[in-house]
Unconditional design. Structure first.
Lengths: 198, 118
């Protein structure tokens, strides 16, 4: 089903996810300035690389079995494609009125994704920022969808994501985070102690 | 008014790149940047898609790392650009600094999963 939030052209600054993942797989050579010079493409590459590390573990464990569940991987790829769009400007306060300082919404979402992905067993599927982002001090509601490894305590993982995201947003973007809602959308297989799939 | 010979826009790019926490310069993408990039290139020798300098406005787009707060990095870039603009004879220019990426990790070179790629 087509996601109504996804950009219609399915492109990230002129490139498809396939093109970006192929570029990553080639070791980013030959260098493509249209990719390397694009913050949206770079954010997608970062997310794809983290996703790759997780799915590689699964694929190793599955050996000759079927590849990683297309469902959750696909949902995460959709989320990457959506989240890296530059979006709105998130202004930063400055006493000089001739200073126009901001972060892009895409940079903020990529930060959230990076923070979530950095937590053991978590992969962020999607991040959404609701509120008047373009108004300094306006309360913002953050919605994060995550995939969690089977066996991990969902409540504890969600709480860890919530706290880490709020802390990083306060530090880097200085936004007024009113809430961080974490939804576990997938529980995926993980490695068992014997190295197989749990 | 344009950047002077004594303070070419190339120096601004260098200054910005030296601000702790700045990981890269992105092409200026704002309207001001699009309009002024060619002018900036002509007067300064800076590549047309780098920092955009126009009469009354300077547009800078950066990537930042996470080891410093992104907001603090933006303010330091602004301070560097303001000092440059004063030396360049455009002290009243609006200076636009946009952090377009906050890079939590370096993308590695590994192959990607083939599942449901589109």
């Amino acid at each position: 089903m087509t996601d109504p939030y996804l950009p219609g052209d399915e492109l990230i600054d002129g490139h498809t996810l396939d093109e970006l993942s192929d570029y990553l797989a080639r070791g980013r050579t030959p260098a493509d300035p249209s990719i390397d010079g694009s913050p949206e493409c770079r954010a997608a590459l970062e997310s794809l690389a983290r996703l790759s590390r997780t799915t590689r573990d699964l694929l190793d464990a599955e050996a000759e079995q079927s590849s990683a569940d297309d469902g959750w991987v696909g949902r995460i790829l959709d989320g990457i494609r959506l989240d890296v769009q530059s979006g709105r400007r998130v202004p930063l306060a400055h006493p000089d009125p001739s200073a126009d300082l901001a972060l892009t919404e895409g940079a903020v979402r990529a930060l959230v994704r990076g923070v979530g992905d950095g937590i053991d067993g978590v992969i962020v599927g999607r991040c959404r920022l609701d509120g008047e982002l373009e108004t300094i001090g306006s309360p913002i509601a953050v919605h994060v969808e995550i995939s969690v490894r089977y066996g991990d305590p969902l409540d504890a993982v969600a709480a860890e994501v919530r706290e880490a995201v709020a802390a990083e947003l306060a530090q880097h973007a200085e936004v007024n985070v009113a809430s961080v809602d974490v939804t576990v959308t997938d529980v995926r297989a993980g490695r068992a102690p014997d190295g197989g799939l749990a | 008014m344009s950047a002077t010979h004594e303070a070419p826009a190339a120096d601004l790019a260098d200054l910005v790149g030296r601000v702790p926490g700045v990981t890269r310069l992105y092409p200026a993408a704002s309207l001001a940047g699009q309009v002024s990039a060619v002018v900036a290139s002509a007067i300064s020798g800076v590549p047309a898609d780098q920092i955009a300098v126009a009469p009354g406005r300077i547009a800078i787009r950066i990537g930042v790392g996470t080891w410093r707060p992104a907001a603090a990095v933006c303010r330091d870039v602004y301070a560097a650009a303001r000092a440059w603009s004063q030396a360049a004879g455009i002290p009243d220019a609006v200076i636009e600094v946009t952090a377009a990426s906050i890079e939590t990790t370096d993308a590695d070179l590994s192959a990607l999963p083939q599942a449901d790629r589109r």
